[in-house]
Design a protein around this ligand. Structure first.
Ligand code: GAP
Length: 543
């Protein structure tokens, strides 16, 4: 079964060291996450695969790593100070704070003509709160999404030291256009790629790492002759879609969606979203926009911009003239991409039926848990409903729902109910022995490439050989680990759950003929292979 809910993925991520809630020792910071030992490997592999595809495997791209803090004027002339905001309104009845433009479109079936029309509709009681249906709404106000901080040792109280944490990496590329053009002697078309952190004071962060206030972007600005922009746009839509598919995203879970006029950012002539079918529904993975010549013009000296020191234009040798290039911008999220790869790779199944008595005992405990949740006082109604619904559906479907029970057993809210301890006492053992969870990650993305086990951990010759194989694999550049902390079947299961594509077992035959078994995660087939060839074989499969 693929992941049916984001909770399943969150639970796996926490249990196996992919992603932890941030600053948890102080109760956390809402919607902020830390990538753990396996998560950082996975996300680094996603970023590396992106860089390889858009920089190293192309002849028309350069890389860049610009600073997060930039001169405030960058954000003034990019338009972000004035327009990078969401119009928000408050519901006086239920205290919800929805986006006013989204409510307008959903309820009136067309785009609003600016804030004035939205506020006229609110005043005329034509809009209702999407959460509770009340018409008692405040006026919509623009809420700027940029985080502010100040540079220098003294807080002067005015805005002289004001800087922003960049809300997109793109502007760092635009203001370096001239530097890259001159130093790398580039001709159009060419692009600049950058990976880095971006910050937005999102009003409604959520859905795990899908929408956070601190995230990483993988952005390209691809500069072309005006008139050649539309063909370049199509080229990048196809390229970027292919990248996800080549790395294993299932075609039925990826779609291209044309943004509607009211969705377009202030700089965009056209924008196409690559969307992924996350457990919460189709959502944006990457935007591919035609930003025209908006940004390079905005940062060039002109009557509208007397602060810029020069002009960001291009001299076309063939046409013997200066002009401002157009820009195509494929802008992806490293965190969203990583989450999509995780969701797509996830599969759990029941591998064998547990004894009927064990199932009956577990069902009884899960039903008792559902009843305790029902009686619990002071628990948020949404949480209560979620836990009860999950427990009831698990109890009805056992033993097939054992994989889902693993998620419930990891749920922080569920742990507050006393009877969950008993559920865990029985459930963990049954789940461990009867279910299999696999991450079918593309080998290039998997946090570990290979795990090496000795058949017996109390047999020094097997241990020594297994350790030396692991060292050799590390030396050829493979992320390899050694493990002897359980029976082989259990070790395989652990590696499947974190997506390790290959496991090597060293047995007594290995001591005699220098061969080992290599087990493939997806087919579960085991092959004997000569020791001398393993490193090169696995490296070739990673290519
Ligand atoms: N330079 C263009 C730009 O920033 P965007 O659509 O706002 O465009 C591009 O962002 C990508 O960055 C999104 O498709 C998404 O993958 C990622 N992203 C944006 N906001 C995010 C957030 N709050 N949390 C996680 N990822 C985000």
């Amino acid at each position: 079964m693929p992941a049916s809910s984001l909770e399943t993925i969150v639970s796996l991520c926490k249990r196996r060291g992919f992603v932890f809630p941030s600053s948890s020792v102080y109760g956390g910071l809402g919607s902020t996450w830390d990538y753990g030992p396996l998560g950082v490997e996975l996300k680094n592999n996603v970023k590396r695969a992106w860089w390889r595809s858009v920089v190293h495997e192309r002849d028309d791209m350069e890389g860049l790593d610009a600073a997060i803090l930039m001169n405030r004027l960058v954000w003034k002339y990019s338009g972000h100070e004035a327009t990078f905001s969401d119009p928000m309104m408050d519901c006086r009845a239920c205290k919800a704070r929805p986006r006013a433009d989204h409510v307008f479109v959903a309820q009136k079936g067309r785009d609003p003509k600016g804030l004035v029309e939205i506020n006229a509709a609110i005043a005329a009681k034509e809009l209702t709160c999407p959460k509770c249906g009340s018409k008692d709404l405040t006026e919509a106000r623009p809420f700027n999404l940029m985080f502010r901080t100040s540079v220098g040792p003294v807080d002067t109280g005015d805005e002289s030291g004001l800087v922003y944490l960049r809300p997109e990496t793109a502007q760092g590329i635009f203001v370096n256009f001239g530097n890259v053009l001159d130093t790398m002697r580039r001709k159009l078309p060419f692009g600049i790629a950058q990976v880095g952190k971006a910050f937005r004071n999102e009003i409604t962060p959520g859905n795990f790492t899908f929408r956070t206030r601190e995230f990483e972007q993988m952005e390209i600005e691809y500069f072309v002759r005006p008139g050649e922009d539309e063909a370049a746009h199509e080229m990048w839509i196809a390229e970027r879609k292919k990248w996800y598919l080549d790395l294993g995203i299932r075609a039925e879970n990826l779609r291209v969606r044309e943004q509607e006029k009211h969705e377009l950012a202030h700089y965009a002539k056209r924008c196409v979203d690559l969307e992924y079918l996350f457990p919460m529904g189709w959502s944006e993975l990457e935007g591919i926009a035609n930003r025209t010549d908006f940004d390079l013009k905005a940062h060039s000296r002109s009557p509208e911009n007397p602060d810029a020191v020069g002009e960001l234009h291009y001299f076309d040798q063939e046409q013997k003239k200066h002009y401002v290039p157009y820009v195509i911008e494929p802008s992806a999220g490293a965190d969203r991409g990583t989450l999509a790869f995780l969701c797509d790779a996830y599969e759990d199944s029941l591998v064998k039926e547990p004894p009927a008595a064990d199932t009956a005992k577990l069902r009884e405990l899960v039903e008792s848990f559902a009843r305790s949740v029902g009686r619990r006082e002071g628990m948020d109604a949404d949480v209560k409903q979620r836990l009860q619904a999950a427990a009831e559906s698990i109890a009805t479907g056992l033993p097939a729902t054992l994989p889902t029970l693993i998620g419930l057993m990891d749920d922080a809210e569920a742990s507050k109910i006393e009877v969950m301890k008993k559920v865990r006492g029985v459930g963990e053992k049954i789940a461990e022995e009867h279910t299999r969870t696999v991450l079918h990650l593309h080998p290039r993305l998997a946090p570990l490439a290979v795990a090496v086990f000795p058949l017996k951990r109390n047999e020094p010759r097997l241990v020594e050989l297994a350790r030396s194989i692991k060292r050799d694999l590390q030396r050829v550049g493979l992320r390899a680990v050694y493990d002897d902390t359980g029976a082989i079947g259990k070790l395989y299961r652990r590696q499947d759950e974190i997506g390790t594509p290959w496991c090597i077992t060293v047995d007594f035959q290995s001591l005699e003929d220098k061969t080992v078994t290599v087990r493939d995660r997806d087919s579960m087939q085991q092959e004997r292979a000569p020791l001398g060839e393993i490193g090169s074989t696995l490296l070739a499969r990673l290519r």
